[in-house]
Design a binder for this molecule. Structure first.
Ligand SMILES: Cc1cc2nc3c(=O)[nH]c(=O)nc-3n(C[C@H](O)[C@H](O)[C@H](O)COP(=O)(O)OP(=O)(O)OC[C@H]3O[C@@H](n4cnc5c(N)ncnc54)[C@H](O)[C@@H]3O)c2cc1C
Length: 446
């Protein structure tokens, strides 16, 4: 186990705390001791953050720690049991040991907070911050997130419910939840991410016991099959990590990638983090051209050099096979699942067209659907309040990330304004700058 001093102390405190925490469920909403909403002075807040993922938590921390919003005047609406549950589940399922992003990308305010949290270099266990970019170990990153939540009293702001309807009024937004609560907030920020829409290829049947999407929140806890060859489909880092995780358990794995493995250190050029490339994006005012820039800038379906090395090492043990080709069909035979590959490229790992690969369980690691997240909630909002959208369906927002005078956005919903890193932790930090500016610049006038 890799540990630094602060991190070790934090873990000890945390375990003690967790041991005393009650496990409240959604049905506890009527209990005033367990439902934070009843602890607010009233149901009228200054800010309501919809979504308690990495983005929602960082934005809430910025509003409290930097813009001076009282924690009792802020709510974070999210149906999960704990803040960041989606992040923790997804990252745990991949078996990843480290983040792909550098140690200065985290949820706290001050850029070096996470690096300091890891402890002094000479006392730090090797690997806690990896390489020249100080990629944080997942355990370290998560412990630091817990500290941010505690430092800014964010757990007390968590309302466990799902936003069902948003109705902007003159001086506030009324949010109705699935359980029928009504919350009023002067400003709302939508930080709902894309985590709720895993991408299902058309050939993969839903609802079958042997087909899993690794980012399906309901089923992915069953990721421990006991027999047979496991089929993993996907060409990005998560597919590779899931395959490596199974290999580490001694399982035979076939990884099916529709393109040659692409290697990139980060999921977009670091130039998009600052003045090297972002002016190009800002200068472009046409949303459809911005969409094209986003598409070209992102290294979708890529792995890091370390992950590629690990894949090659796993191949050499014979436990991992990598097949290159697009799946055209799935069928069931006595031996299990058969995947037909329709096409293949003439590369070393490529399969001839018509190849069939067999296994007992299929794991889709095909990422998230590219459509605008938010489903019916946002469809209705757009229709009822005539909110501006690009041809791709995504919001067109101003420099303060306002989609409506009282509704701001973050993450994927802000990508036509914030650029290629908008979905990542760096994007949350960028959105945080804009939100703090909004709080300061607008006051309560707008
Ligand atoms: C395995 C994995 C590894 C990654 N590694 C990195 C990395 O190393 N570095 C990096 O920068 N990025 C990384 N990312 C990308 C990115 O940082 C994450 O996807 C990030 O977690 C997105 O956060 P989010 O808050 O926007 O969305 P989500 O994590 O999807 O959270 C959104 C939250 O909103 C809630 N919600 C949705 N709809 C509603 C509603 N109507 N009402 C109330 N709540 C709602 C959901 O319950 C959820 O909790 C990784 C992503 C994954 C999946």
């Amino acid at each position: 186990m890799i540990m630094g001093y602060h991190f070790r102390v934090w873990q000890a405190l945390r375990m003690n705390h967790v041991a005393h925490e009650s496990t409240s469920g959604p049905d506890d909403a009527s209990d005033p001791k367990k439902n934070p909403l009843t602890m607010f002075e009233s149901n009228s807040l200054d800010w309501l953050v919809v979504g308690g993922g990495l983005h929602g938590v960082h934005l809430a921390a910025r509003l409290v720690g930097e813009a001076g919003v009282a924690p009792s005047r802020l709510g974070i609406l999210d149906p999960e049991e704990q803040l960041l549950d989606c992040w923790r589940t997804f990252t745990a399922v991949t078996g990843m040991s480290h983040l792909r992003s550098p140690g200065v990308h985290h949820l706290d305010l001050e850029p070096f907070s996470l690096i300091r949290f890891a402890g002094q270099r000479r006392h730090r266990t090797p690997g806690l911050l990896r390489g020249r970019y100080k990629l944080p170990a997942l355990d370290l990153f998560n412990a630091h997130c817990d500290r941010v939540i505690e430092r800014y009293s964010l757990a007390g702001a968590h309302v466990r419910d799902h936003a069902k309807c948003l109705e902007p009024q003159d001086d506030h937004v009324r949010v109705t939840t699935r359980r029928g609560q009504q919350i009023e907030a002067r400003r709302v920020v939508l930080a709902i991410g894309a985590g709720g829409q895993p991408a299902w290829p058309s050939w993969a049947p839903r609802g079958e016991a042997y087909v899993h999407h690794v980012f399906d929140r309901v089923k992915n806890k069953e990721l421990s099959p006991t027999e047979g060859c496991l089929l993993v489909v996907g060409g990005g880092i998560s597919a590779a990590q899931v395959a490596l995780r199974f290999v580490a358990q001694g399982r035979k794995v076939c990884l099916v990638v529709r393109h040659p493995l692409r290697v990139h250190r980060f999921d977009s050029d670091p130039g998009w983090l600052g003045p090297k490339l972002m002016p190009l994006f800002r200068r472009e005012r046409r949303p459809d051209h911005r969409r094209r820039i986003l598409h070209e800038a992102r290294h979708r379906g890529s792995v890091t050099p370390e992950v590629l090395r690990a894949l090659r090492a796993a191949q050499s043990t014979g436990l991992l096979e990598i097949h290159q080709g697009a799946v055209s069909d799935l069928s069931i035979a006595d031996s299990g699942i058969c995947l037909s590959l329709a096409s293949a490229l003439p590369k070393s790992d490529a399969r001839k067209p018509g190849t069939v690969i067999e296994g007992t369980h299929l794991y889709l690691a095909t990422g998230f659907a590219s459509r605008r997240p938010g489903g019916a909630l946002l469809d209705r909002l757009v229709a009822d309040f005539d909110l501006p959208c690009a041809a791709c369906g995504y919001p067109i927002v101003d420099d303060l990330l306002r989609w409506h005078p009282r509704i701001h956005v973050s993450g994927p919903l802000a990508e036509l304004e914030l650029g290629p890193v908008s979905r990542n932790i760096a994007g949350a930090r960028r959105a945080g700058n804009r939100l703090v500016a909004a709080h300061v610049r607008l006051g309560w006038a707008a």
